[in-house]
Design a protein around this ligand. Structure first.
Ligand code: ADP
Ligand code: ADP
Length: 237
Protein backbone atom coordinates (compact mmCIF):
# COMPACT_ATOMS: atom_id res chain seq x y z
CA UNK A 1 0.00 0.00 0.00
CA UNK A 2 1.18 3.50 -0.86
CA UNK A 3 0.34 6.27 1.56
CA UNK A 4 0.94 10.01 1.25
CA UNK A 5 0.48 12.09 4.37
CA UNK A 6 0.27 15.89 4.21
CA UNK A 7 2.69 15.94 1.30
CA UNK A 8 3.91 19.40 0.28
CA UNK A 9 6.26 20.74 -2.34
CA UNK A 10 7.33 24.34 -2.73
CA UNK A 11 10.01 24.81 -5.38
CA UNK A 12 12.92 27.18 -4.80
CA UNK A 13 11.26 29.55 -7.23
CA UNK A 14 8.43 29.89 -4.69
CA UNK A 15 5.96 27.83 -6.75
CA UNK A 16 3.69 25.92 -4.35
CA UNK A 17 3.20 22.79 -6.45
CA UNK A 18 1.58 20.59 -3.75
CA UNK A 19 -0.20 21.59 -0.55
CA UNK A 20 -1.16 18.99 2.05
CA UNK A 21 -1.85 15.95 -0.13
CA UNK A 22 -3.34 12.94 1.70
CA UNK A 23 -3.72 9.89 -0.51
CA UNK A 24 -3.80 6.13 -0.02
CA UNK A 25 -3.44 3.66 -2.89
CA UNK A 26 -4.19 0.03 -1.95
CA UNK A 27 -2.19 -2.85 -3.42
CA UNK A 28 -3.22 -3.61 -6.97
CA UNK A 29 -5.14 -0.39 -7.54
CA UNK A 30 -4.62 1.62 -10.70
CA UNK A 31 -5.34 5.29 -10.22
CA UNK A 32 -5.40 8.05 -12.81
CA UNK A 33 -4.18 11.48 -11.79
CA UNK A 34 -5.83 14.20 -13.82
CA UNK A 35 -5.97 17.99 -13.69
CA UNK A 36 -4.99 21.05 -15.68
CA UNK A 37 -1.40 21.78 -16.63
CA UNK A 38 0.50 23.07 -13.61
CA UNK A 39 -1.84 21.39 -11.10
CA UNK A 40 1.02 19.40 -9.58
CA UNK A 41 0.54 15.94 -11.15
CA UNK A 42 4.10 15.46 -12.26
CA UNK A 43 5.44 16.85 -8.97
CA UNK A 44 3.27 14.42 -7.01
CA UNK A 45 4.53 11.42 -8.97
CA UNK A 46 8.13 12.55 -8.59
CA UNK A 47 7.81 13.21 -4.86
CA UNK A 48 6.94 9.53 -4.35
CA UNK A 49 10.28 8.22 -5.59
CA UNK A 50 11.98 11.47 -4.60
CA UNK A 51 13.12 12.53 -8.03
CA UNK A 52 11.69 15.71 -6.50
CA UNK A 53 12.32 16.18 -2.77
CA UNK A 54 9.11 16.95 -0.89
CA UNK A 55 9.22 20.07 1.29
CA UNK A 56 7.09 18.45 4.00
CA UNK A 57 4.99 15.39 4.69
CA UNK A 58 5.54 11.66 4.54
CA UNK A 59 5.38 8.93 1.93
CA UNK A 60 5.06 5.27 2.89
CA UNK A 61 5.38 2.19 0.69
CA UNK A 62 4.07 -0.58 2.94
CA UNK A 63 6.19 -0.37 6.10
CA UNK A 64 8.92 1.71 4.53
CA UNK A 65 8.87 5.47 5.01
CA UNK A 66 10.38 6.67 1.72
CA UNK A 67 10.73 10.24 2.97
CA UNK A 68 13.15 9.12 5.70
CA UNK A 69 15.51 7.05 3.59
CA UNK A 70 19.20 7.80 3.07
CA UNK A 71 20.69 7.65 -0.43
CA UNK A 72 21.40 3.90 -0.17
CA UNK A 73 17.99 3.11 1.24
CA UNK A 74 16.39 5.19 -1.47
CA UNK A 75 18.31 3.37 -4.20
CA UNK A 76 16.95 0.04 -2.95
CA UNK A 77 13.44 1.41 -2.52
CA UNK A 78 13.40 2.77 -6.07
CA UNK A 79 13.73 -0.78 -7.36
CA UNK A 80 10.25 -1.36 -5.97
CA UNK A 81 8.89 1.53 -8.02
CA UNK A 82 8.91 1.26 -11.80
CA UNK A 83 8.75 4.54 -13.67
CA UNK A 84 7.34 5.11 -17.15
CA UNK A 85 7.97 8.47 -18.82
CA UNK A 86 6.30 10.57 -21.51
CA UNK A 87 9.41 10.70 -23.68
CA UNK A 88 10.30 7.04 -22.94
CA UNK A 89 13.86 7.90 -21.74
CA UNK A 90 15.38 5.03 -23.69
CA UNK A 91 19.10 4.88 -24.50
CA UNK A 92 18.78 5.48 -28.25
CA UNK A 93 21.88 3.64 -29.46
CA UNK A 94 21.25 0.52 -27.37
CA UNK A 95 19.05 -2.32 -28.52
CA UNK A 96 15.54 -2.95 -27.31
CA UNK A 97 16.84 -5.90 -25.27
CA UNK A 98 19.57 -3.82 -23.64
CA UNK A 99 17.11 -1.07 -22.79
CA UNK A 100 14.81 -3.56 -21.11
CA UNK A 101 17.70 -5.13 -19.16
CA UNK A 102 18.89 -1.69 -18.04
CA UNK A 103 15.76 -1.56 -15.88
CA UNK A 104 16.97 -4.48 -13.82
CA UNK A 105 19.10 -2.27 -11.58
CA UNK A 106 16.30 0.16 -10.99
CA UNK A 107 18.20 3.20 -12.13
CA UNK A 108 20.08 4.04 -15.28
CA UNK A 109 23.49 4.97 -13.90
CA UNK A 110 24.89 1.46 -13.70
CA UNK A 111 23.66 -0.07 -16.93
CA UNK A 112 27.08 -0.18 -18.55
CA UNK A 113 28.86 -2.39 -16.04
CA UNK A 114 25.74 -4.47 -15.66
CA UNK A 115 25.43 -5.32 -19.33
CA UNK A 116 28.74 -7.21 -19.34
CA UNK A 117 27.11 -10.05 -17.44
CA UNK A 118 23.52 -10.67 -18.36
CA UNK A 119 22.18 -13.26 -15.90
CA UNK A 120 20.18 -15.78 -17.92
CA UNK A 121 17.13 -15.41 -15.70
CA UNK A 122 16.98 -11.69 -16.50
CA UNK A 123 17.40 -12.29 -20.22
CA UNK A 124 14.61 -14.88 -20.10
CA UNK A 125 12.35 -12.48 -18.25
CA UNK A 126 13.14 -9.70 -20.75
CA UNK A 127 12.14 -12.01 -23.62
CA UNK A 128 8.92 -12.92 -21.83
CA UNK A 129 8.06 -9.27 -21.32
CA UNK A 130 8.89 -8.32 -24.92
CA UNK A 131 6.72 -11.19 -26.11
CA UNK A 132 3.86 -10.00 -23.89
CA UNK A 133 3.94 -6.48 -25.33
CA UNK A 134 4.31 -7.76 -28.92
CA UNK A 135 7.93 -6.73 -29.47
CA UNK A 136 9.74 -10.07 -29.47
CA UNK A 137 10.79 -9.66 -33.11
CA UNK A 138 12.29 -6.24 -32.31
CA UNK A 139 14.62 -7.38 -29.49
CA UNK A 140 17.81 -6.69 -31.46
CA UNK A 141 16.68 -3.46 -33.09
CA UNK A 142 18.15 -0.21 -31.84
CA UNK A 143 15.78 1.94 -29.82
CA UNK A 144 16.06 4.79 -32.33
CA UNK A 145 14.56 2.57 -35.05
CA UNK A 146 11.24 2.24 -33.18
CA UNK A 147 7.98 4.16 -33.42
CA UNK A 148 6.67 6.07 -30.41
CA UNK A 149 4.23 3.35 -29.42
CA UNK A 150 6.96 0.71 -29.67
CA UNK A 151 9.30 2.82 -27.57
CA UNK A 152 6.70 3.14 -24.88
CA UNK A 153 6.26 -0.64 -24.89
CA UNK A 154 9.99 -0.95 -24.28
CA UNK A 155 9.65 1.61 -21.47
CA UNK A 156 6.92 -0.54 -19.95
CA UNK A 157 9.09 -3.67 -20.11
CA UNK A 158 12.01 -1.80 -18.56
CA UNK A 159 9.82 -0.73 -15.66
CA UNK A 160 8.35 -4.21 -15.17
CA UNK A 161 11.58 -6.19 -15.28
CA UNK A 162 12.47 -4.93 -11.81
CA UNK A 163 9.30 -6.60 -10.57
CA UNK A 164 8.11 -3.44 -8.81
CA UNK A 165 5.33 -3.10 -6.24
CA UNK A 166 4.21 0.16 -7.77
CA UNK A 167 4.30 1.81 -11.18
CA UNK A 168 4.71 5.58 -11.45
CA UNK A 169 3.58 6.62 -14.88
CA UNK A 170 4.03 10.20 -16.08
CA UNK A 171 1.99 11.19 -19.15
CA UNK A 172 2.60 7.87 -20.96
CA UNK A 173 0.60 8.84 -24.03
CA UNK A 174 1.28 12.55 -24.36
CA UNK A 175 3.54 12.02 -27.39
CA UNK A 176 1.34 9.41 -29.08
CA UNK A 177 -1.61 9.50 -31.51
CA UNK A 178 -5.08 8.67 -30.11
CA UNK A 179 -5.19 5.05 -31.26
CA UNK A 180 -1.71 4.25 -29.96
CA UNK A 181 -2.57 6.07 -26.73
CA UNK A 182 -5.52 3.76 -26.16
CA UNK A 183 -3.38 0.71 -26.88
CA UNK A 184 -0.70 1.83 -24.44
CA UNK A 185 -3.21 2.65 -21.68
CA UNK A 186 -4.93 -0.69 -22.18
CA UNK A 187 -1.59 -2.49 -22.04
CA UNK A 188 -0.49 -0.74 -18.85
CA UNK A 189 -3.80 -1.46 -17.14
CA UNK A 190 -3.87 -5.11 -18.30
CA UNK A 191 -0.32 -5.70 -17.08
CA UNK A 192 -1.13 -4.17 -13.69
CA UNK A 193 -4.17 -6.44 -13.39
CA UNK A 194 -2.17 -9.52 -14.40
CA UNK A 195 0.53 -8.75 -11.84
CA UNK A 196 -1.60 -7.29 -9.08
CA UNK A 197 0.45 -4.13 -9.46
CA UNK A 198 -0.61 -0.72 -8.17
CA UNK A 199 -0.07 2.29 -10.44
CA UNK A 200 -0.45 6.03 -10.46
CA UNK A 201 -0.88 7.28 -14.00
CA UNK A 202 -0.56 10.99 -14.63
CA UNK A 203 -2.72 11.56 -17.67
CA UNK A 204 -4.05 14.78 -19.15
CA UNK A 205 -6.63 12.98 -21.31
CA UNK A 206 -9.68 12.61 -19.06
CA UNK A 207 -11.57 10.42 -21.53
CA UNK A 208 -8.70 7.95 -21.62
CA UNK A 209 -8.58 7.88 -17.83
CA UNK A 210 -12.32 7.30 -17.61
CA UNK A 211 -12.18 4.47 -20.08
CA UNK A 212 -9.50 2.40 -18.35
CA UNK A 213 -9.35 3.00 -14.59
CA UNK A 214 -11.71 2.63 -11.63
CA UNK A 215 -10.38 5.53 -9.58
CA UNK A 216 -9.62 9.07 -10.66
CA UNK A 217 -7.91 11.69 -8.51
CA UNK A 218 -8.23 15.25 -9.78
CA UNK A 219 -5.64 17.82 -8.77
CA UNK A 220 -6.20 21.54 -8.89
CA UNK A 221 -3.58 24.08 -7.80
CA UNK A 222 -1.73 21.51 -5.71
CA UNK A 223 -4.74 20.09 -3.88
CA UNK A 224 -7.03 17.12 -4.42
CA UNK A 225 -10.27 18.43 -5.94
CA UNK A 226 -11.82 15.09 -6.83
CA UNK A 227 -11.33 11.49 -5.74
CA UNK A 228 -13.71 8.80 -6.90
CA UNK A 229 -15.09 6.63 -9.64
CA UNK A 230 -14.64 8.06 -13.14
CA UNK A 231 -18.39 8.08 -13.86
CA UNK A 232 -18.87 10.61 -11.05
CA UNK A 233 -16.59 13.11 -12.75
CA UNK A 234 -18.57 16.11 -13.93
CA UNK A 235 -17.72 17.34 -17.44
CA UNK A 236 -16.09 20.58 -16.23
CA UNK A 237 -13.38 18.88 -14.13
P1 ADP B 1 14.25 22.29 -6.56
O1 ADP B 1 13.71 23.41 -5.70
O2 ADP B 1 13.42 21.03 -6.46
O3 ADP B 1 15.71 22.02 -6.36
P2 ADP B 1 14.86 23.97 -8.79
O4 ADP B 1 14.27 25.28 -8.43
O5 ADP B 1 16.33 23.78 -8.60
O6 ADP B 1 14.06 22.78 -8.07
O7 ADP B 1 14.52 23.72 -10.32
C1 ADP B 1 14.91 22.53 -10.96
C2 ADP B 1 14.91 22.74 -12.46
O8 ADP B 1 13.57 23.02 -12.97
C3 ADP B 1 15.73 23.94 -12.86
O9 ADP B 1 16.53 23.55 -13.95
C4 ADP B 1 14.72 24.99 -13.26
O10 ADP B 1 15.22 25.77 -14.34
C5 ADP B 1 13.54 24.20 -13.75
N1 ADP B 1 12.29 24.97 -13.55
C6 ADP B 1 12.20 26.13 -12.89
N2 ADP B 1 10.94 26.57 -12.89
C7 ADP B 1 10.20 25.67 -13.54
C8 ADP B 1 8.82 25.56 -13.85
N3 ADP B 1 7.91 26.49 -13.49
N4 ADP B 1 8.39 24.48 -14.51
C9 ADP B 1 9.27 23.53 -14.87
N5 ADP B 1 10.61 23.58 -14.62
C10 ADP B 1 11.07 24.63 -13.97
P1 ADP C 1 1.45 19.21 -13.84
O1 ADP C 1 2.23 17.94 -13.94
O2 ADP C 1 0.09 19.01 -13.28
O3 ADP C 1 1.41 19.97 -15.13
P2 ADP C 1 3.70 20.18 -12.32
O4 ADP C 1 3.88 19.26 -11.18
O5 ADP C 1 4.61 20.04 -13.48
O6 ADP C 1 2.18 20.15 -12.77
O7 ADP C 1 3.86 21.68 -11.80
C1 ADP C 1 3.18 22.17 -10.65
C2 ADP C 1 3.66 23.59 -10.36
O8 ADP C 1 5.02 23.56 -9.96
C3 ADP C 1 3.59 24.54 -11.55
O9 ADP C 1 3.29 25.82 -11.03
C4 ADP C 1 5.00 24.50 -12.10
O10 ADP C 1 5.31 25.69 -12.76
C5 ADP C 1 5.82 24.34 -10.85
N1 ADP C 1 7.06 23.61 -11.11
C6 ADP C 1 7.19 22.37 -11.61
N2 ADP C 1 8.47 21.98 -11.67
C7 ADP C 1 9.19 23.01 -11.17
C8 ADP C 1 10.57 23.24 -10.94
N3 ADP C 1 11.47 22.29 -11.22
N4 ADP C 1 10.93 24.41 -10.41
C9 ADP C 1 10.02 25.32 -10.10
N5 ADP C 1 8.70 25.18 -10.27
C10 ADP C 1 8.29 24.05 -10.81
Amino acid sequence: MLKLEQLEKTYRTGDKALTGIDLTVPDGQVLALIGPSGAGKSTLIRCINRLVEPTAGRVWLDDLELTRLSATGLRNARRQMGMIFQEYALVERLTVMENVLSGRLGYVGFWRSYLRRYPQADVDEAFRLLDRVGLLAMADKRADELSGGQRQRVGICRALIQNPKLLLVDEPTASLDPKTSRQIMRLICELCAERGLAAIINIHDVALAQRFVQRVVGLRAGSIAFDGAPDRLSPEV
